[in-house]
Design a protein around this ligand. Structure first.
Ligand code: ZN
Length: 398
C-alpha cells in the first residue's frame, strides 16, 4: 500500500479515537472537604468549595454554587455544586448540619457578689438568660443553693439555664451574710412619703404624726430656693422624722440618662440638704422604685448598676412592700387608701408603706389618721427608717 494512504488512514483513526474520547469524557466535580459537615452557629459556615476537571483540564472556574445554608439557624441544609462544560454537566451536593453548641448566657441583676446583714430577708435581685438560638430563656433558669440569713457566712447560689438543644449555662452568685444583725422589726410600719415637700400636704402630715407621737420617713426631691419648703424639711428633721433622698427631680428622662448622671444628682441633693440643714441623709428611694421599667428606656440596665452604686456610696435604698395606691391617680378616695394599707400590712414582717405628700394628694392626708389609729389598735408600731432598719428591695427588671 501507498505510504500516503497508510498515514491518512492512521490520522483518520487517531481523529476518530480522539473524537470518541472527547465524546466519552464528562466534567467531574470533587468537593473540597467532606460531603457532610457539621458547623456551629457560633463559628458559622465557610464555603470550602470544590474542584472540577474535564479530562486533565481544570474547569473549576465554571462551577456554580447554590447554597441554602443559614448558619444563624439550627437545621440541615444543602449546597449544590454544578459545572457545565462543552454541553455536559456534573453536580455534587454537600450536606451542612448547623448545630447549636453554645450554652445560654446568664446575666445576674445586682452583680455576682452581694452582701446582706444577718436577719435581713434575702430577695432574689433577678436574672436574665439569653441564648443564641432560642432567644430569651430566662424561664428555664434554675437556682440552686440556699442563703441562711440567720448565720453569718458566704453562700453560693448557682443559676443554670438550658436551651432547647440541651446546652447548659451556669453562673454563680456569692451572697455574704455579714455585719450587724438587723432588728427583725416584725409588726413595724414605716410610713414613707415621696415627692415632697409640699406646702400644703407635708405640714398637715407632720401635724398628724406629731399628734399620734409617731415618726415617718420623707423621700424628698429638690425644693430649690423655696424657703418655706426648706422650713418644712427642717421641721420634719427637728420632730424626729427621717428625711431621705428621692432624686433631684422626678423627670425620668433626665435622671435616668446614665448612672453617672443619677449619682451626680443624688450627691447634689445630699450636699444641698446638708448645707441647708446640717442633716446627713443615709437613705434613698429610686423614683419608680428599683423595679421600675421606665428607666431602661433611657439607659438599659441602669437599675442594676445603680442598686450597686448607691450602696457603695453608703446609702440604704428602700422600696416598699405596702402600696397605699395613692399614686394610681389624684384624689383616690381615702377609704380605698385605708383599705389597701390594712390589707397589705402584715404582723409577720416589717411594712414599708408607700404614700405621697404632694399638693395633689389631699386624700392621703385625709386617710392617714385612720391608718394610724387602726395600726396602733392592731398592735403595730410606727417608726421612721433608721440606719439599723431592715430594707425592702424590689426585684430589678431592666
Ligand atoms: Zn416619686
Amino acid at each position: 500500500m501507498n505510504k500516503k494512504i497508510i498515514i491518512t488512514i492512521l490520522i483518520l483513526i487517531a481523529a476518530v479515537a480522539v473524537g470518541i474520547y472527547i465524546l466519552s469524557v464528562t466534567p467531574h466535580i470533587v468537593l473540597n472537604g467532606e460531603s457532610e459537615v457539621e458547623v456551629t452557629m457560633k463559628d458559622g459556615y465557610s464555603e470550602p468549595g470544590a474542584v472540577a476537571k474535564f479530562s486533565f483540564k481544570d474547569i473549576s472556574s465554571h462551577i456554580e454554587i447554590d447554597s441554602k445554608v443559614n448558619d444563624s439557624k439550627v437545621g440541615t441544609y444543602t449546597v449544590t455544586y454544578t459545572v457545565t462544560y462543552l454541553g455536559k454537566t456534573d453536580s455534587a451536593v454537600r450536606t451542612v448540619n448547623v448545630v447549636d453548641k453554645e450554652p445560654p448566657e446568664i446575666t445576674l441583676e445586682g452583680g455576682d457578689s452581694i452582701s446582706i446583714r444577718p436577719g435581713q430577708k434575702f430577695s432574689e435581685p433577678g436574672y436574665r438568660a439569653v441564648d443564641d438560638s432560642d432567644g430569651d430563656v430566662t424561664s428555664t433558669v434554675f437556682r440552686k443553693g440556699i442563703v441562711d440569713v440567720s448565720n453569718k457566712g458566704s453562700y453560693v447560689l448557682t443559676y443554670e439555664a438550658t436551651d432547647s438543644y440541651g446546652n447548659h449555662g451556669a453562673v454563680t452568685r456569692k451572697v455574704k451574710v455579714e455585719g450587724e444583725p438587723v432588728k427583725q422589726e416584725k409588726g413595724t410600719i414605716y410610713l414613707t412619703f415621696d415627692d415632697g415637700p409640699s406646702l400644703s400636704s407635708t405640714p398637715e402630715i407632720l401635724d398628724i404624726l406629731k399628734k399620734y407621737k409617731i415618726h415617718g420617713t420623707f423621700f424628698i426631691i429638690n425644693y430649690g430656693d423655696d424657703k418655706n419648703k426648706l422650713a418644712i424639711v427642717k421641721r420634719a428633721i427637728k420632730e424626729g422624722n427621717t428625711v431621705a433622698l428621692h432624686s433631684y427631680s422626678h423627670d425620668y428622662s433626665r435622671i435616668y440618662k446614665s448612672s453617672d448622671v443619677f449619682m451626680d444628682n443624688l450627691k447634689q441633693l445630699h450636699d444641698k440638704l446638708k448645707n441647708d440643714t446640717g442633716y446627713e441623709a443615709f437613705c434613698m428611694r429610686f423614683p419608680g422604685g428599683s423595679s421600675n421599667t421606665i428607666s431602661k428606656n433611657y439607659c438599659s440596665g441602669i437599675m442594676t448598676e445603680l442598686a450597686g452604686k448607691v450602696q457603695e456610696e453608703g446609702y440604704l435604698y428602700n422600696d416598699w412592700n405596702v402600696d397605699s395606691t395613692d399614686a394610681s391617680g389624684n384624689n383616690v378616695p381615702a377609704d380605698r387608701l385605708i383599705a389597701s394599707v390594712k390589707k397589705e400590712c402584715s404582723k409577720n414582717t416589717f411594712n414599708v408603706v408607700l404614700m405621697h405628700d404632694t399638693d395633689a394628694k389631699a386624700t392621703t392626708v385625709k386617710a392617714l389618721p385612720e391608718i394610724i389609729e387602726w395600726g396602733l389598735e392592731e398592735g403595730y408600731s410606727f417608726k421612721a427608717i433608721t440606719k439599723d432598719s431592715p430594707t425592702f428591695h424590689h426585684r430589678i427588671n431592666n
